[in-house]
Ligand binder design. Sequence first.
Ligand code: HQG
Length: 181
Amino acid sequence: NKNNITTVRSKFLSLVLRHSPQTIGLKLDGAGWVQTQELLVCLARAGRSMSLEELQAVVADNNKQRFAFSEDGTRIRANQGHSIPVELELTSRRPPAELYHGTATRFLDAIFREGLKRQSRHHVHLSASTETAGAVGRRHGKLALLRVDAARMAVDGHVFYCSDNGVWLTDAVPVAYLAKL
Ligand code: HQG
C-alpha cells in the first residue's frame, strides 16, 4: 500500500542522504545538499526511480521531517542523522531545562560510566518529550529513560543545537547531568 511504499522510499533516501550517497553515484555538498534533479537521475539509474511528486510526498509525509528542500526546491538534504561529514550550519540554542534520552537497559552500565556519547552520529540526540525519547529508546531493546539536566549543562558551557525537525543535539552528556527516570 501507499504508506509502505513511502516508508521504503524514505529509508532508501536516509541511506543515500545521510550515510552512503556513493551507493547511487551521488555526491553531497559540504552542508549535505544535493540538486533535486541530480538525485532523481541517480535514483532512476540505480533502479529506484521516483517522480518529483513522489519525492515531494516522501518529504511531506515523513513523520519525523527527516528531509528538507531548499526554499526554491532545487536542492534537498537530510535534516540530521548523518554519519558522513557534513556541516549542517546549525545555530546554537538555549535548551529547555530538561531533555530526555531513551536507550536500552543493557547500555546503562556503560552510559553511567562514560556518559552519553555520540557513537556513529555527529551528536548525541536528545528529545524534548519523554514520548519521543521512549520511541527512540525502544528501537534498541528494553526501554530505559534518562533525564538530562540541560539547564545546568548550558550554564556549564555545553552547547546545544536544535535541528530543523526539533531534535536536540549536543556533543556529549557527562554522567553528572544524567538521571534515570
Ligand atoms: C547509546 C533516530 C553505551 C545510546 C531516532 C543509543 C533518533 C551508549 C545508542 C536518532 C553510550 C546509539 C538517534 C555509551 C550512548 N555506552 N551506549 N557511553 N552513549 N549510547 O541510533 O539516540 O530514524 O546512534 O543511548 O529517532 O538512539 O535516524 O542514537 O541507544 O532521533 O531519523 O548508543 O536516530 O532517528 O544509537 O537515535 P543511535 P539514538 P532516525
